[in-house]
Design a protein around this ligand. Sequence first.
Ligand code: ATP
Length: 735
Amino acid sequence: MSVRVVARIRPLLKLELDKDSIVTAAPAGNETVGSPTVVRIPNPKNEGEHFSFQFNSVYDQEATQQDIYDYEVAPTVKHLFNGFDTTIFAYGVTGTGKTHTMRGGKSLADRGVIPRLLSSIYRRSRKIEKDSRGSTQVEVAMSYYEIYCDRVYDLFEPPEKRTPSGLPIRDNNGKTVVVGLTERPCTTLKEFEQLYDQANVNRSTSATKLNAHSSRSHAILCVKVTQTTETHTRISTASAIDLAGSEDNRRTENMKDRMVESASINKSLFVLAQCVEAISRKQSRIPYRESKMTRILSLGQNNGLTLMILNLAPVRSYHLDTLSSLNFANRTKKIEVCEVENEPVLRNIKGKLSATANITGSNIQRQPLRPLTACVNANLADPERKTEKPVKAFSVYSDKNKPARSSGIPSQVRKAESHKRPLDASTAGAPRPTKMTRPSDPKLTTRADPSLSKESIEAMIDAKIEARLANHVLSDNTAASLQTIPEELQRRLDALEQRIEEKEDDRAQGLQYLLMAKQHHVRGEKASELKMYQLALPFFPENEKLGQKILALQEKLRLKREEKTSRQPDTSEAHVAAMPRQKHEAPEPVLAALDRKDQGKQHRNRSPDDEEYQDQPVPGADDNDEYVSDDGFRFKAKTKAKSHGAKSKVQIFRDAHEPTESGGRMHTPRTQHIIHVINSRDPAQIRLLKGVGAKKAEAIVNSLCEMDDGEEGRLITDLEQLGRLRGLVRRRSRI
Ligand SMILES: Nc1ncnc2c1ncn2[C@@H]1O[C@H](COP(=O)(O)OP(=O)(O)OP(=O)(O)O)[C@@H](O)[C@H]1O
């Protein structure tokens, strides 16, 4: 069956009340009553003419959150409990209401698709348990992550604890897997809401000109439902995805940081559009791997049910963007997905019980890459009709010239009145025949170089496939023959593609560990660096340099530990004097906001003691603990100080020479920067400081406001004042 595409036109916002709505919902054909299934929008070049786009359903400005849920999402819950995976994603330009639709507001009426879905899941779970008199148990668990600048971050982790390079993703037995993602069981709606709200604080959002709370990332929520009977376990996953919106930066007036995010958002959406284009052209290679978002979404490759909610703004300022979204959605509705049910697994088969397996991405069962000719209800070109002009992807008609014509809306729109696309592909509009491609340079296809890059390997596969297809087409000389690749060739291509994918996956993961090792190296976190190199080793077992690096690091850490142990009883003045930083309670360099250059300097300035703090394992903690914690606060010595029960301040700064104004000395540029950011009172900026999350940023701003004491805008002038801020009191559990 096809991806179900529904459009939702949001109401005019406060600032738009004086503007015209140019996007409207209408029933199909010439009907004046009935549920709308067509979006109408004027041709930007000729206002008298209108474009019509037909979807499974269209919701106008009056549609409520309840309507969207009841008609579109509630029916998927039954399928979820029958073992099908479901994917619901919101697509649209920035500011069109994706987050409103998916997450919604706090009041009951405003709640979006996600909380309502969870509410239904819990209700149904309880019913199943009750009806089966407890012999069937249902467990619900969730994972939640974002793709920000093409990096995957666990939303259960506060930003300051994240590894900058993000979590790796890989294909595991045909499923897209995010490695190291947290999975949280949640047994009640209340528990879910707490987790969800808490995680949303960690999501990257910022103000842009078009949206005061614009999502800067794609957010993916996976809800795993595990039904266990005495003999079997069945797992299915509902994925709810709030995509970031495409942005026209001439309109958003984004500055540098927002531009970088925007470029990444636009790129991933562009790749998504390319994937959809490639699928609709029945190309054998779909560029899923060119962006993490498309890899995870795997549109057209995931089994189960897929619902796309296309969010639209009604106003003219979005005109071209809206048209582009409508075109994208129009292609997406033709994508076929296979409805494959997740089989129940026998509980007592050792190693096969997947109930304990993590939620991994969108639980996607991949099919081999091939045109979707094998799917039921595939949207194939009818060879009988190959001489006809392809039907347009959307229909155009003029209001001015043909007001009374009953055939005003072309047949495509009129025919497709039912919500479901008819089985007969001819009524849905045959796609243009796939382009014939000339065989590519034979040299390219015959050269075999083991050191080829990913791009060149992909280019080779492309060229090979296209050359074979083209040869085949040329010899047969019919467009229809494009559909039938000889079985043997297809089998070999699949095998080749799979081999390369597996190799690439392993290599990518290994490289990811190496990259993380480098990052830890730059930060001087030797134990973590070692851990990353050790994790990378299985991927490059023959790399001598890597082995040597591990040995050298192990040796270095051992020496440091010995040195530390031998110095342990040393309480001489000289030793105490060597640690002024501790006394000053300012161990941790703040700042993600610092530029790399500054960080480099800081690393160079670090005293041998600093290194020691970082590398020395916390007594009683194993190596693993150290790795987990050193992404946030780096200096473990702090933990010891804590155990004395003193309430310490957050140590978000450390200047080697820590000059203060009261001492008549100037602040270092870094300290000035911290003070400047804090004085900005902008939580968005403050949360970027390392060691300061969103909540802490708000607490700092509140504390600053309290400090005003009637006198507006008092400023922090030195580190001591900063240290006294209430928001900087570090919670014990965080250390
Ligand atoms: N159906 C609706 N009813 C009322 N208000 C809406 C509706 N849809 C969107 N809005 C409002 O429009 C504004 C933008 O919506 P939202 O943040 O959901 O957009 P978005 O598409 O998620 O944007 P971005 O891609 O930038 O994150 C918000 O203030 C939201 O409350």
